[in-house]
Design a protein around this ligand. Structure first.
Ligand SMILES: NC(=O)CC[C@H](N)C(=O)O
Length: 290
């Protein structure tokens, strides 16, 4: 990380070379969107992208410290037993890295303290919430204050949704983005805060990054099917206070190219899918800031 900075300082100038951005995509135990996440990171310009099995983090073979951008993909980790991502959250919280006293969670805390970026999609968002990484009030990441639970419809929802971003949110991933159209595919996407105070704080601190909306992207919508799960205040995505941790139920890695769009043969669409901008914002931010 400091290599290029040091080299450039030695040449008597501040960094002129762009920082090399290394991305990790965690997989294993039922994750199934890791290839698409890795593809999105590569298209966004990440210099290195590794798909890493969680067992290789536990064994110490791979280290979070060696990366800048952590991707937590969608899927069915541990078969959704005990509630989506709950068992995996406990794994991260309590399992120690082999031969050390450090838990995976400790390395995650260091990753966050270093100002790096984490993106959780669907099952990855569920993991962040159950770990307390989101909304992560006051950096108290071990306390869970919101959950993602069963859709009001009582069934798995697989549809495209309209999303309204909050332009005043500190989220680095959605900068310059207006209305976004992306697919959801989940059984447990309804966001429920612990109490009214938590909900108020989420809105006051502009941590509600995305809301399910009408097709003009103007109004947040509580009604089904635009709001596919009955999520409180139509919340589809949250960031932490710094905007560097972001989780969302819809899948940005599933709309990288026009041909991913359900009506691509009938509508005139830009060649690039809207989801890619989320990854590009992350990579560009890391190049600038780290
Ligand atoms: N696509 C996903 O990541 C799904 C997450 C989780 N298995 C659910 O159904 O809610």
């Amino acid at each position: 990380m400091t290599g290029s900075l040091k080299e450039n300082k030695e040449q008597g100038k501040l960094r002129t070379m762009p920082q090399r951005v290394k991305s990790m995509v965690i997989t294993g135990n039922g994750t199934n969107c890791e290839m698409e996440m890795a593809h999105a990171c590569r298209l966004a310009g990440s210099d290195e992208v590794d798909i890493v099995h969680i067992s290789d983090l536990i064994s110490g073979e791979k280290r979070l410290d060696d990366y800048h951008f952590l991707n937590l993909p969608g899927g069915f980790v541990d078969g959704d037993d005990l509630g989506s991502a709950k068992a995996n959250a406990n794994r991260l919280l309590h399992v120690r890295i082999r031969g050390t006293e450090e838990r995976l969670y400790d390395s995650l805390r260091r990753f966050i303290a270093d100002g790096k970026l984490i993106l959780g999609v669907c099952n990855g968002f569920q993991l962040m919430v159950k770990l307390g990484l989101l909304p992560g009030f006051d950096g108290d990441y071990a306390t869970q204050t919101v959950t993602l639970t069963y859709n009001d419809s009582g069934k798995f929802e697989d549809r495209w949704v309209y999303l309204k971003p909050d332009p005043s949110s500190p989220c680095v991933f959605t900068r310059e983005m207006e209305g976004i159209y992306l697919p959801v595919r989940h059984g447990e996407g309804k966001l429920v805060p612990r109490d009214e105070g938590i909900l108020k704080r989420l809105h006051d601190q502009r941590q509600v990054v995305l809301q399910y909306s009408d097709s003009s992207f103007r109004e947040a919508v509580m009604a089904y099917p635009q709001n596919p799960n009955g999520s409180t205040n139509a919340i589809a995505g949250l960031c932490n206070e710094t905007g560097r941790l972001f989780g969302l139920m819809p899948h940005p890695e599933a709309y990288l190219h026009a041909t991913n769009h359900p009506r691509w043969t009938r509508e005139k669409l830009p060649e690039e899918g809207q989801g890619l901008q989320i990854f590009r914002n992350a990579v560009n931010f890391l190049r600038r800031e780290l």
